[in-house]
Write a protein that binds this ligand. Sequence first.
Ligand code: CA
Ligand code: CA
Ligand code: CA
Ligand code: CA
Length: 392
Amino acid sequence: MKLARFLFAPLLAGVLAAAVAAQTFPITDFEGFPAPSTNGTVMFRQPSFSGSTGSFIDSTVNTSQVVTDLAYSGTKSLRVNWKFLPDKPGAWLRLTTYQTANLPNPAIAYAHALRFKLYVASGTPDFYITLGTRDNNNNVPIGGNGGAVGSIEWVGATDGTPITGGYTRPIGKLITAKDQWIEVVFNLPIEPCLPFASAAGWPPANGVLEGPQGTLECLAFTPVEAGAVGPYLIYLDDFEQVAVWSVSGSVELRDFGGDITQVPVTVELRQDGNVVRTATVSLDSGGNYSIPAVLPGTYDLAFKASHWLRVVVPGVTVEDADVTGVNVSLTNGDIDGDNEVTLFDFGALVAAFGSMPGDDNWNADADLDGDEEVTLFDFGVLVRNFGAMGDE
Ligand SMILES: [Ca+2]
Ligand SMILES: [Ca+2]
Ligand SMILES: [Ca+2]
Ligand SMILES: [Ca+2]
């Protein structure tokens, strides 16, 4: 679970990557509302509103208003300010859109990502942010009133405090950046998901987004340090959905006669040198793979399989369509997985020489050609590729 969180965290840290053409579905940029707006009347209710968490909130710091203090777009954003009461180690905030006067229960499509801009003022404790969606299969346009019924799932949550049938205090995406706008992305088709609350007359919350639509029911804020009182001061802007796309192609695993469908291939999606996502893909019998739900952007794609060297395909741009034909051919012989074919691999092959599955010295990664035996044929593969190095 910790690993999953780590893998998603860089999506936040990458902040605002260079824009590419993308298919977007706006929900709001808050420009069309008066500022300051009446507390709790635009998209999100005041922090104390939810019965789940109202008892944690200090009523003297308790606002959700459109303001002109700061904005990512235009001149307006939504400022949310709250403080937890002391001695509440179980405190968290369920900031809900329940029947708000303007922009209530906004509908979201599960085929797309949801993203928005977030500014956290310095002095605010670190927190995790999680999306609550009512899994109610509505069919209104994105951003329209999707209704206040249906069971609620936690999107982006990898842990939480267990309750009957679900979790509270969800552990979603870690937010530590202060005094800068960052982009928060919930990539709905691939996010981890946990159940929160089941609604009578609806299928129970089950940690699965059935869809094809739901509603943005709430954002949950869980302090990293249990009970950290705050105050918490954040600004939200530019809620929208963005279409995501698959990237596909083929991977040739050279010098291999085994079953390629049983060889997992790890693909790192890198931006500006940072790994923003790691996908493990399976190949079909023709060597074809597909990475689902890739956010628009330009990526370097790094392919690595067990005893093959890494290949990086630079500059793959995803805009407003699936990307096909990203094909790679991987060099065999890297038994120890350090991305070079060296004497260490030779040593590993010698150690496993003559072995078959079940033998004490069997090493599946030394069976370079995949015939379930470490033989001179494997040695031949190693010799042919000796000295080769993979891409960084
Ligand atoms: Ca704005
Ligand atoms: Ca569900
Ligand atoms: Ca090696
Ligand atoms: Ca072999």
